[in-house]
Ligand binder design. Sequence first.
Ligand code: AMP
Ligand code: MG
Length: 417
Amino acid sequence: MAQLSDDCFAFGGALMRIEDAASLIAARLPVLAGTEWVSLVDADGRVAAEDVVAGHDVPPFANSAVDGYAVRHADLDGNGETRLPVLGRLPAGAVPDALAASGGAVRIFTGAALPPGADTVFMQEDVRREGDAVLLPQGLKPGANARAAGEDVARGERIIAAGRRLVPQDLALAAATGHARLPVRTRLRVALFSTGDELAEPGTPLGLGAIHDSNRVMLAALLGRLGVRVDDLGILRDAPEPLARRLADAARDHDLILTSGGVSTGEEDHVRTAVEAVGQLLFWRLAIKPGRPVAMGLVDGTPFVGLPGNPVAVYVTLLFVVRPLLARLGGASVVPPVPQKVRAAFAYRKKSGRREFVRVTLAPGPDGVMEVHKFPREGAGLLTSLTQSDGLAELPDDVIGVAPGDTVAFYPHAILW
Ligand code: AMP
Ligand code: MG
Protein backbone atom coordinates (compact mmCIF):
# COMPACT_ATOMS: atom_id res chain seq x y z
CA MET A 1 0.00 0.00 0.00
CA ALA A 2 1.11 3.57 -0.66
CA GLN A 3 2.89 5.19 2.27
CA LEU A 4 2.03 8.47 3.90
CA SER A 5 4.95 10.50 5.15
CA ASP A 6 4.88 11.68 8.77
CA ASP A 7 4.84 15.31 7.72
CA CYS A 8 2.15 15.01 5.05
CA PHE A 9 -0.17 17.35 6.95
CA ALA A 10 2.49 19.90 7.94
CA PHE A 11 1.54 23.47 7.14
CA GLY A 12 3.56 26.58 7.89
CA GLY A 13 0.96 29.34 7.77
CA ALA A 14 -1.31 30.54 10.55
CA LEU A 15 -4.67 30.35 8.82
CA MET A 16 -5.22 27.97 5.93
CA ARG A 17 -7.46 28.82 3.00
CA ILE A 18 -9.57 25.93 1.75
CA GLU A 19 -7.84 26.04 -1.63
CA ASP A 20 -4.49 25.58 0.16
CA ALA A 21 -5.95 22.66 2.08
CA ALA A 22 -7.12 21.03 -1.15
CA SER A 23 -3.82 21.52 -2.99
CA LEU A 24 -1.81 20.30 -0.01
CA ILE A 25 -3.98 17.19 0.10
CA ALA A 26 -3.55 16.58 -3.62
CA ALA A 27 0.22 17.09 -3.49
CA ARG A 28 1.09 15.10 -0.37
CA LEU A 29 -1.38 12.25 -0.11
CA PRO A 30 -1.27 9.07 -2.17
CA VAL A 31 -4.16 7.30 -3.83
CA LEU A 32 -5.04 4.44 -1.48
CA ALA A 33 -7.89 2.83 -3.42
CA GLY A 34 -7.19 -0.22 -5.60
CA THR A 35 -8.88 -1.26 -8.85
CA GLU A 36 -11.70 -3.72 -9.50
CA TRP A 37 -13.80 -4.54 -12.56
CA VAL A 38 -17.57 -4.21 -12.21
CA SER A 39 -20.59 -4.48 -14.46
CA LEU A 40 -21.85 -1.28 -16.06
CA VAL A 41 -24.81 -0.96 -13.74
CA ASP A 42 -22.58 -1.43 -10.69
CA ALA A 43 -20.22 1.23 -12.04
CA ASP A 44 -22.77 4.01 -11.46
CA GLY A 45 -21.28 6.57 -9.07
CA ARG A 46 -17.91 4.80 -8.93
CA VAL A 47 -14.59 6.36 -9.94
CA ALA A 48 -13.00 5.26 -13.23
CA ALA A 49 -9.62 3.69 -12.41
CA GLU A 50 -8.26 4.00 -15.96
CA ASP A 51 -8.99 5.88 -19.15
CA VAL A 52 -11.63 4.02 -21.18
CA VAL A 53 -11.53 4.07 -25.00
CA ALA A 54 -14.21 3.24 -27.55
CA GLY A 55 -13.96 -0.33 -28.85
CA HIS A 56 -15.72 0.63 -32.07
CA ASP A 57 -17.35 3.54 -33.89
CA VAL A 58 -20.68 4.93 -32.72
CA PRO A 59 -22.79 4.64 -34.70
CA PRO A 60 -21.02 1.56 -36.07
CA PHE A 61 -22.44 2.13 -39.58
CA ALA A 62 -24.02 4.94 -41.57
CA ASN A 63 -27.77 4.93 -40.88
CA SER A 64 -30.99 6.83 -41.29
CA ALA A 65 -32.05 9.46 -38.76
CA VAL A 66 -35.70 9.36 -39.91
CA ASP A 67 -38.40 7.15 -41.40
CA GLY A 68 -38.39 7.83 -45.16
CA TYR A 69 -36.58 7.08 -48.42
CA ALA A 70 -32.82 6.63 -48.91
CA VAL A 71 -31.33 7.83 -52.19
CA ARG A 72 -28.09 8.78 -53.88
CA HIS A 73 -28.06 12.56 -53.97
CA ALA A 74 -26.42 12.45 -57.42
CA ASP A 75 -29.61 10.82 -58.79
CA LEU A 76 -31.78 13.83 -57.95
CA ASP A 77 -32.97 16.36 -60.48
CA GLY A 78 -31.51 19.75 -59.51
CA ASN A 79 -34.35 21.65 -61.24
CA GLY A 80 -37.52 19.95 -60.03
CA GLU A 81 -39.20 16.98 -58.51
CA THR A 82 -37.55 13.54 -58.99
CA ARG A 83 -39.47 10.34 -59.55
CA LEU A 84 -37.63 7.15 -58.49
CA PRO A 85 -38.72 3.52 -58.30
CA VAL A 86 -38.78 2.08 -54.77
CA LEU A 87 -36.34 -0.85 -54.87
CA GLY A 88 -36.44 -2.26 -51.36
CA ARG A 89 -37.41 -1.91 -47.72
CA LEU A 90 -35.04 -1.59 -44.73
CA PRO A 91 -36.40 -1.67 -41.18
CA ALA A 92 -33.90 -1.09 -38.30
CA GLY A 93 -31.68 -4.13 -37.88
CA ALA A 94 -32.04 -5.28 -41.50
CA VAL A 95 -28.89 -5.96 -43.52
CA PRO A 96 -28.93 -3.69 -46.58
CA ASP A 97 -28.47 -4.91 -50.15
CA ALA A 98 -26.62 -2.72 -52.59
CA LEU A 99 -28.80 0.02 -54.00
CA ALA A 100 -29.35 -0.59 -57.68
CA ALA A 101 -26.59 0.95 -59.79
CA SER A 102 -28.48 4.21 -60.04
CA GLY A 103 -31.88 5.68 -60.14
CA GLY A 104 -33.60 4.00 -57.18
CA ALA A 105 -34.93 4.82 -53.70
CA VAL A 106 -35.16 2.46 -50.70
CA ARG A 107 -37.92 2.65 -48.11
CA ILE A 108 -35.98 3.03 -44.83
CA PHE A 109 -36.72 3.38 -41.12
CA THR A 110 -34.89 5.21 -38.30
CA GLY A 111 -31.70 3.43 -37.29
CA ALA A 112 -31.54 1.15 -40.34
CA ALA A 113 -28.15 0.96 -42.11
CA LEU A 114 -28.05 3.02 -45.29
CA PRO A 115 -27.74 0.84 -48.38
CA PRO A 116 -24.25 1.12 -49.95
CA GLY A 117 -24.23 4.11 -52.26
CA ALA A 118 -27.09 5.95 -50.53
CA ASP A 119 -26.11 9.18 -48.80
CA THR A 120 -29.32 11.14 -48.28
CA VAL A 121 -32.72 10.38 -46.74
CA PHE A 122 -36.06 12.08 -47.49
CA MET A 123 -38.50 12.22 -44.58
CA GLN A 124 -41.66 10.27 -45.33
CA GLU A 125 -43.76 13.41 -44.58
CA ASP A 126 -42.02 15.25 -47.45
CA VAL A 127 -42.63 12.79 -50.31
CA ARG A 128 -45.55 11.40 -52.32
CA ARG A 129 -45.87 7.72 -52.98
CA GLU A 130 -47.36 6.62 -56.34
CA GLY A 131 -47.52 2.83 -56.57
CA ASP A 132 -43.98 1.46 -56.86
CA ALA A 133 -42.48 4.93 -57.26
CA VAL A 134 -41.82 7.84 -54.95
CA LEU A 135 -41.89 11.56 -55.85
CA LEU A 136 -39.14 13.55 -54.15
CA PRO A 137 -39.21 17.35 -53.82
CA GLN A 138 -36.35 19.54 -54.98
CA GLY A 139 -33.85 21.18 -52.65
CA LEU A 140 -32.73 18.58 -50.08
CA LYS A 141 -29.00 18.90 -49.25
CA PRO A 142 -26.57 15.98 -49.74
CA GLY A 143 -26.27 13.97 -46.51
CA ALA A 144 -29.59 15.20 -45.11
CA ASN A 145 -31.13 12.92 -42.44
CA ALA A 146 -28.21 10.50 -42.62
CA ARG A 147 -25.91 9.74 -39.68
CA ALA A 148 -22.30 8.95 -40.58
CA ALA A 149 -20.44 6.00 -39.03
CA GLY A 150 -18.42 7.26 -36.05
CA GLU A 151 -20.06 10.70 -36.02
CA ASP A 152 -20.67 10.42 -32.26
CA VAL A 153 -17.50 8.57 -31.24
CA ALA A 154 -14.64 7.16 -33.30
CA ARG A 155 -13.09 3.81 -32.39
CA GLY A 156 -10.10 4.36 -30.08
CA GLU A 157 -11.31 7.74 -28.84
CA ARG A 158 -11.17 8.28 -25.05
CA ILE A 159 -14.72 8.18 -23.73
CA ILE A 160 -13.99 8.29 -19.98
CA ALA A 161 -10.99 9.85 -18.23
CA ALA A 162 -9.39 8.09 -15.27
CA GLY A 163 -10.61 9.72 -12.05
CA ARG A 164 -14.06 10.60 -13.33
CA ARG A 165 -16.98 9.79 -11.09
CA LEU A 166 -19.24 7.85 -13.41
CA VAL A 167 -22.74 9.10 -14.15
CA PRO A 168 -25.53 7.22 -15.93
CA GLN A 169 -24.68 8.86 -19.27
CA ASP A 170 -21.14 7.44 -19.07
CA LEU A 171 -22.58 3.95 -18.65
CA ALA A 172 -24.68 4.41 -21.79
CA LEU A 173 -21.62 5.57 -23.75
CA ALA A 174 -19.54 2.66 -22.43
CA ALA A 175 -22.27 0.21 -23.48
CA ALA A 176 -22.59 1.82 -26.92
CA THR A 177 -18.83 1.58 -27.51
CA GLY A 178 -18.60 -2.11 -26.71
CA HIS A 179 -17.99 -2.38 -22.95
CA ALA A 180 -19.85 -4.61 -20.50
CA ARG A 181 -17.55 -4.06 -17.50
CA LEU A 182 -15.41 -1.14 -16.36
CA PRO A 183 -12.31 -0.75 -14.16
CA VAL A 184 -13.23 1.31 -11.10
CA ARG A 185 -11.51 2.30 -7.87
CA THR A 186 -12.28 0.14 -4.84
CA ARG A 187 -14.35 1.96 -2.26
CA LEU A 188 -12.41 3.56 0.58
CA ARG A 189 -13.14 2.13 4.01
CA VAL A 190 -13.84 4.89 6.50
CA ALA A 191 -14.04 4.35 10.26
CA LEU A 192 -16.52 6.79 11.79
CA PHE A 193 -16.72 7.78 15.46
CA SER A 194 -18.44 10.44 17.51
CA THR A 195 -16.75 11.66 20.67
CA GLY A 196 -18.23 13.04 23.86
CA ASP A 197 -19.49 11.97 27.28
CA GLU A 198 -22.72 13.87 26.67
CA LEU A 199 -23.74 11.78 23.65
CA ALA A 200 -26.50 9.18 23.71
CA GLU A 201 -27.52 6.85 20.90
CA PRO A 202 -30.56 8.04 18.91
CA GLY A 203 -33.75 6.57 20.35
CA THR A 204 -32.39 6.05 23.85
CA PRO A 205 -33.70 8.06 26.85
CA LEU A 206 -31.74 11.18 27.72
CA GLY A 207 -30.38 11.81 31.20
CA LEU A 208 -29.73 15.35 32.33
CA GLY A 209 -26.84 16.83 30.38
CA ALA A 210 -27.10 14.33 27.55
CA ILE A 211 -27.98 14.92 23.90
CA HIS A 212 -28.62 12.49 21.08
CA ASP A 213 -25.69 11.93 18.75
CA SER A 214 -26.78 13.54 15.50
CA ASN A 215 -23.45 14.10 13.76
CA ARG A 216 -22.74 10.45 13.17
CA VAL A 217 -25.83 9.66 11.15
CA MET A 218 -25.39 12.81 9.06
CA LEU A 219 -21.75 11.96 8.39
CA ALA A 220 -22.55 8.34 7.57
CA ALA A 221 -25.18 9.43 5.06
CA LEU A 222 -22.96 12.11 3.48
CA LEU A 223 -20.02 9.72 3.25
CA GLY A 224 -22.27 7.14 1.62
CA ARG A 225 -23.21 9.69 -1.01
CA LEU A 226 -19.54 10.43 -1.55
CA GLY A 227 -19.06 6.79 -2.45
CA VAL A 228 -17.12 5.36 0.48
CA ARG A 229 -17.80 2.35 2.72
CA VAL A 230 -18.56 3.55 6.22
CA ASP A 231 -17.99 1.52 9.37
CA ASP A 232 -20.05 3.12 12.10
CA LEU A 233 -17.93 2.50 15.19
CA GLY A 234 -20.10 4.36 17.68
CA ILE A 235 -19.29 6.86 20.39
CA LEU A 236 -15.89 7.34 21.97
CA ARG A 237 -16.06 8.55 25.56
CA ASP A 238 -13.94 11.43 26.76
CA ALA A 239 -11.17 9.34 28.30
CA PRO A 240 -7.79 9.24 26.56
CA GLU A 241 -6.82 5.65 27.20
CA PRO A 242 -9.68 3.63 25.63
CA LEU A 243 -9.93 6.30 22.96
CA ALA A 244 -6.34 5.73 21.85
CA ARG A 245 -6.89 1.97 21.77
CA ARG A 246 -10.05 2.21 19.66
CA LEU A 247 -8.34 4.54 17.18
CA ALA A 248 -5.35 2.22 16.87
CA ASP A 249 -7.72 -0.72 16.27
CA ALA A 250 -9.59 1.21 13.57
CA ALA A 251 -6.33 2.14 11.85
CA ARG A 252 -5.64 -1.51 11.05
CA ASP A 253 -8.39 -2.04 8.52
CA HIS A 254 -9.48 1.39 7.32
CA ASP A 255 -8.19 3.96 4.85
CA LEU A 256 -9.38 6.90 6.95
CA ILE A 257 -10.51 7.49 10.51
CA LEU A 258 -13.05 10.27 10.92
CA THR A 259 -14.29 11.66 14.23
CA SER A 260 -16.40 14.62 15.25
CA GLY A 261 -16.07 16.59 18.48
CA GLY A 262 -13.28 16.78 21.01
CA VAL A 263 -10.76 18.68 18.93
CA SER A 264 -11.04 22.26 20.09
CA THR A 265 -8.23 23.05 22.44
CA GLY A 266 -10.13 22.84 25.70
CA GLU A 267 -8.93 20.58 28.48
CA GLU A 268 -11.82 18.19 27.83
CA ASP A 269 -10.74 17.65 24.27
CA HIS A 270 -9.28 14.20 24.57
CA VAL A 271 -9.03 13.26 20.93
CA ARG A 272 -5.88 15.31 20.65
CA THR A 273 -4.13 13.48 23.52
CA ALA A 274 -5.30 10.13 22.21
CA VAL A 275 -4.09 10.65 18.65
CA GLU A 276 -0.80 12.03 19.86
CA ALA A 277 -0.34 8.88 21.94
CA VAL A 278 -0.64 6.63 18.90
CA GLY A 279 0.42 8.87 16.02
CA GLN A 280 0.87 12.47 14.93
CA LEU A 281 -1.65 15.27 15.04
CA LEU A 282 -1.67 18.72 13.51
CA PHE A 283 -4.36 21.35 13.78
CA TRP A 284 -5.37 23.05 10.64
CA ARG A 285 -6.73 26.46 11.50
CA LEU A 286 -8.89 26.84 8.45
CA ALA A 287 -9.77 30.32 7.37
CA ILE A 288 -13.45 29.41 7.24
CA LYS A 289 -16.52 29.98 9.33
CA PRO A 290 -18.05 27.82 10.56
CA GLY A 291 -15.36 25.22 10.71
CA ARG A 292 -12.03 25.67 12.32
CA PRO A 293 -10.13 23.95 13.71
CA VAL A 294 -9.89 20.63 11.95
CA ALA A 295 -7.38 18.10 13.25
CA MET A 296 -5.39 16.15 10.69
CA GLY A 297 -3.17 13.29 11.65
CA LEU A 298 -1.89 9.79 11.20
CA VAL A 299 -2.73 6.88 13.44
CA ASP A 300 -0.29 4.04 12.73
CA GLY A 301 0.09 5.41 9.22
CA THR A 302 -3.67 5.71 8.55
CA PRO A 303 -4.97 9.22 7.89
CA PHE A 304 -7.07 10.67 10.68
CA VAL A 305 -9.42 13.66 10.46
CA GLY A 306 -10.99 15.13 13.58
CA LEU A 307 -13.90 17.40 12.69
CA PRO A 308 -15.38 19.97 15.07
CA GLY A 309 -18.39 18.98 17.18
CA ASN A 310 -20.99 21.52 16.14
CA PRO A 311 -23.23 20.08 13.42
CA VAL A 312 -23.00 23.03 11.04
CA ALA A 313 -19.20 23.05 11.30
CA VAL A 314 -19.26 19.29 10.72
CA TYR A 315 -21.30 19.78 7.57
CA VAL A 316 -19.10 22.53 6.14
CA THR A 317 -15.75 20.93 6.94
CA LEU A 318 -16.84 17.54 5.65
CA LEU A 319 -17.82 19.05 2.33
CA PHE A 320 -14.96 21.49 1.86
CA VAL A 321 -12.06 19.61 3.46
CA VAL A 322 -12.88 15.92 3.78
CA ARG A 323 -14.47 15.70 0.34
CA PRO A 324 -11.26 16.66 -1.52
CA LEU A 325 -9.32 14.37 0.82
CA LEU A 326 -11.59 11.44 -0.02
CA ALA A 327 -11.32 12.27 -3.70
CA ARG A 328 -7.53 12.12 -3.50
CA LEU A 329 -7.33 8.91 -1.44
CA GLY A 330 -10.00 7.34 -3.66
CA GLY A 331 -8.29 8.24 -6.95
CA ALA A 332 -11.04 10.63 -8.07
CA SER A 333 -10.28 13.90 -9.81
CA VAL A 334 -11.19 16.81 -7.61
CA VAL A 335 -14.02 18.66 -9.28
CA PRO A 336 -14.93 21.69 -7.20
CA PRO A 337 -18.69 22.29 -7.21
CA VAL A 338 -19.69 25.27 -9.35
CA PRO A 339 -21.84 27.71 -7.39
CA GLN A 340 -24.72 29.68 -8.89
CA LYS A 341 -24.42 33.46 -8.96
CA VAL A 342 -27.47 34.92 -7.24
CA ARG A 343 -28.52 38.17 -5.63
CA ALA A 344 -28.22 38.63 -1.89
CA ALA A 345 -31.42 39.83 -0.20
CA PHE A 346 -29.69 40.36 3.14
CA ALA A 347 -27.12 42.53 4.83
CA TYR A 348 -24.33 40.89 6.78
CA ARG A 349 -20.98 41.91 8.24
CA LYS A 350 -17.98 39.60 8.48
CA LYS A 351 -14.27 39.65 9.27
CA SER A 352 -11.79 39.94 6.44
CA GLY A 353 -9.31 37.08 6.05
CA ARG A 354 -11.71 34.19 6.27
CA ARG A 355 -14.33 32.60 4.08
CA GLU A 356 -17.85 32.45 5.47
CA PHE A 357 -20.57 30.05 4.51
CA VAL A 358 -23.96 31.51 5.33
CA ARG A 359 -27.02 29.27 5.41
CA VAL A 360 -29.57 30.69 2.98
CA THR A 361 -32.90 30.04 1.33
CA LEU A 362 -33.47 30.70 -2.37
CA ALA A 363 -36.54 32.42 -3.81
CA PRO A 364 -37.40 34.72 -6.72
CA GLY A 365 -37.28 38.42 -5.85
CA PRO A 366 -40.01 40.95 -6.79
CA ASP A 367 -38.50 41.25 -10.30
CA GLY A 368 -38.30 37.48 -10.78
CA VAL A 369 -34.50 37.30 -10.31
CA MET A 370 -33.43 34.55 -7.92
CA GLU A 371 -32.17 35.82 -4.58
CA VAL A 372 -31.00 34.31 -1.32
CA HIS A 373 -32.19 35.12 2.19
CA LYS A 374 -30.07 34.46 5.24
CA PHE A 375 -31.35 31.94 7.77
CA PRO A 376 -32.47 34.24 10.59
CA ARG A 377 -30.38 32.71 13.38
CA GLU A 378 -26.62 32.23 13.65
CA GLY A 379 -25.54 29.32 15.87
CA ALA A 380 -23.26 26.59 14.53
CA GLY A 381 -25.27 24.14 16.60
CA LEU A 382 -28.62 24.80 14.90
CA LEU A 383 -29.64 21.72 12.95
CA THR A 384 -32.76 23.49 11.65
CA SER A 385 -30.44 25.92 9.87
CA LEU A 386 -29.40 22.97 7.71
CA THR A 387 -32.86 21.50 7.20
CA GLN A 388 -34.68 24.78 6.57
CA SER A 389 -32.09 26.30 4.25
CA ASP A 390 -31.60 25.56 0.55
CA GLY A 391 -27.83 25.81 0.59
CA LEU A 392 -24.79 27.86 1.51
CA ALA A 393 -23.82 31.31 0.28
CA GLU A 394 -20.06 31.76 0.08
CA LEU A 395 -18.65 35.10 1.18
CA PRO A 396 -15.05 35.50 -0.04
CA ASP A 397 -12.08 35.84 2.33
CA ASP A 398 -11.38 39.48 1.60
CA VAL A 399 -14.87 41.02 1.84
CA ILE A 400 -16.12 42.53 5.08
CA GLY A 401 -19.79 42.24 4.37
CA VAL A 402 -22.70 41.82 2.04
CA ALA A 403 -25.41 44.32 1.17
CA PRO A 404 -28.78 43.61 -0.43
CA GLY A 405 -28.33 43.54 -4.20
CA ASP A 406 -24.75 42.18 -4.11
CA THR A 407 -24.06 39.08 -6.17
CA VAL A 408 -23.04 36.06 -4.11
CA ALA A 409 -22.03 32.49 -4.89
CA PHE A 410 -24.73 30.03 -3.85
CA TYR A 411 -24.19 26.29 -3.40
CA PRO A 412 -27.45 24.32 -3.26
CA HIS A 413 -26.98 21.63 -0.59
CA ALA A 414 -27.11 18.72 -3.01
CA ILE A 415 -24.32 19.93 -5.36
CA LEU A 416 -21.94 19.67 -2.41
CA TRP A 417 -22.43 15.92 -2.10
P1 AMP B 1 -16.79 19.65 21.19
O1 AMP B 1 -15.99 20.05 20.02
O2 AMP B 1 -16.60 18.22 21.56
O3 AMP B 1 -16.54 20.55 22.35
O4 AMP B 1 -18.31 19.82 20.78
C1 AMP B 1 -18.86 21.07 20.41
C2 AMP B 1 -20.37 21.03 20.47
O5 AMP B 1 -20.85 20.06 19.55
C3 AMP B 1 -20.91 20.60 21.83
O6 AMP B 1 -22.09 21.33 22.07
C4 AMP B 1 -21.21 19.15 21.63
O7 AMP B 1 -22.20 18.66 22.52
C5 AMP B 1 -21.69 19.12 20.20
N1 AMP B 1 -21.49 17.80 19.63
C6 AMP B 1 -20.31 17.12 19.60
N2 AMP B 1 -20.48 15.92 19.02
C7 AMP B 1 -21.78 15.84 18.67
C8 AMP B 1 -22.56 14.84 18.02
N3 AMP B 1 -22.02 13.69 17.62
N4 AMP B 1 -23.87 15.08 17.79
C9 AMP B 1 -24.41 16.26 18.20
N5 AMP B 1 -23.73 17.24 18.78
C10 AMP B 1 -22.42 17.04 19.04
MG1 MG C 1 -16.86 17.00 23.14
